[in-house]
Write a protein that binds this ligand. Structure first.
Ligand code: GLU
Length: 377
């Protein structure tokens, strides 16, 4: 049975009607989803006071169904967003929930295109006052990047919460339903307003700058090594342990093209020469992020290649392959002389997308780029 058949069967079982085009590709899904959002829960009589939460499904293990212990894996994204929501007992008491399918991919296939679709749909939903909060179901591999992207391009104070699961739906002790319940709880809570985009996993609430996946398979896979969780959630309560941010968030414009500029990550290692970097230069990269050793260092040859990149007008950002700590300016490497930027506590994958967004917004002055790395929270 292929995915489409499984999806179609699931929809038939659920009594839903779906157009053929909705099963034939991401853009059709998104377009159809925007029109065909299915209202799932409206069980309360005090409708005015009940938060409206829009669930945007993108795929991932949270919507996967195969044998959890299978060595050959499973197809993420077998279950549609509305069916995910229907499968969570009691969730209808938290909010009036509608669900739309934006994509159905494992998050290793997350793309600029899907990011832009998410950003546009969320802006539209908030601008038209269709929702009080948004929950995005997402694969866990790259959820930190999608969260950080959206955080940087969405201005609204309304909560946007990303959630995934480490075990698919059929697993013993599947974590998806509990995580989704808690994500809706957080998105529906007034306490979550004005905090930007959040990620909820395993009873914890994390900020998008700091969260990262720290384990390949464990349910407790997510942590924010430099900051810690900013809050906790259980079926009865949402608690933040940090006060709401005092300063206004700097938000970047959503570029007109849904293809962000090419920025490569180069991973440093012992015995490193400069060839990967030279290749990135000749391949037309607009930026290079070094996943450096220690506090963002690399061999003399690699640094010389990064000098060549900087001289060619390529933005060079030093980050680190180490899980925690900061990459500070002019420590071991003379950034001022070489014309490099440091990522501070931003890991390479987030430094990459942040650099892409800055370049796409016309921010290419090194001082301004460095300032932007400091200022975003
Ligand atoms: N690689 C898949 C993804 O990120 C499965 C991992 C997961 O969702 O937990 O979507």
């Amino acid at each position: 049975m292929n995915i489409k058949t499984v999806v179609q069967d699931a929809m038939l079982i659920a009594g839903l009607v779906v157009s053929a085009s909705a099963l034939n590709g991401t853009s059709a899904w998104a377009a159809d989803a925007a029109q065909n959002g299915t209202m799932i829960a409206a069980k309360t009589t005090s409708a005015a006071a009940t938060p409206r939460i829009l669930v945007l499904a993108t795929g991932g293990t949270i919507s996967g169904t195969a044998d959890p212990r299978s060595a050959i894996g499973y197809n993420s994204g077998n279950v549609l967003g509305q069916d995910l929501v229907r499968g969570v007992p009691g969730i209808e008491k938290l909010a009036n929930i509608s669900a739309e399918q934006i994509s159905n991919v494992g998050s290793q296939d997350m793309s600029d295109k899907i990011w832009f679709q998410l950003a546009h749909r969320i802006r539209e939903a908030f601008d038209r006052n269709e929702a009080d909060g948004v929950v995005i179901t997402h694969g866990t591999d790259t959820v930190e990047e999608t969260a950080f992207f959206l955080h940087n391009v969405l201005r609204s104070d309304k909560p946007v919460v990303l959630v995934g699961s480490m075990r698919p739906g059929g697993a013993t002790s599947a974590d998806g339903p509990g995580n989704l319940y808690e994500a809706v709880e957080v998105a529906a809570s007034p306490k979550s307003q004005g905090r930007g985009v959040l990620v909820v996993m395993n009873d914890q609430i994390h900020g998008p700058r700091w969260i990262t996946k720290t384990n390949t398979t464990a349910v407790q896979a997510f942590a924010s090594p430099n900051a810690g969780a900013i809050g906790y959630v259980d079926p009865a309560s949402v608690r933040f342990v940090t006060p709401p941010p005092q300063s206004a968030r700097n938000v970047l414009g959503l570029p007109t093209s849904d293809q962000l500029p090419r920025v490569e990550i180069v991973y440093a290692h012992s015995n490193m020469d400069g060839r990967q970097i030279d290749h990135a230069i000749s391949d037309g990269a607009k930026g290079i992020v070094l996943a450096g050793e220690g506090d963002g260092d690399a061999s003399k040859e690699a640094l010389a290649a990064l000098d060549r990149a900087a001289k060619n007008g390529i933005i060079v950002v030093r980050s680190t392959r180490v899980m925690s700590g900061f990459v500070n300016r002019n420590v071991e490497v003379d950034d001022d002389r070489r014309g490099f930027v440091v990522s501070l506590d931003m890991n390479p994958q987030k430094a990459r997308l942040f650099t892409q967004l800055l370049i796409a917004n016309g921010v290419t002055d090194l001082g301004k780029i460095q300032q932007a790395f400091s200022d975003t929270w």
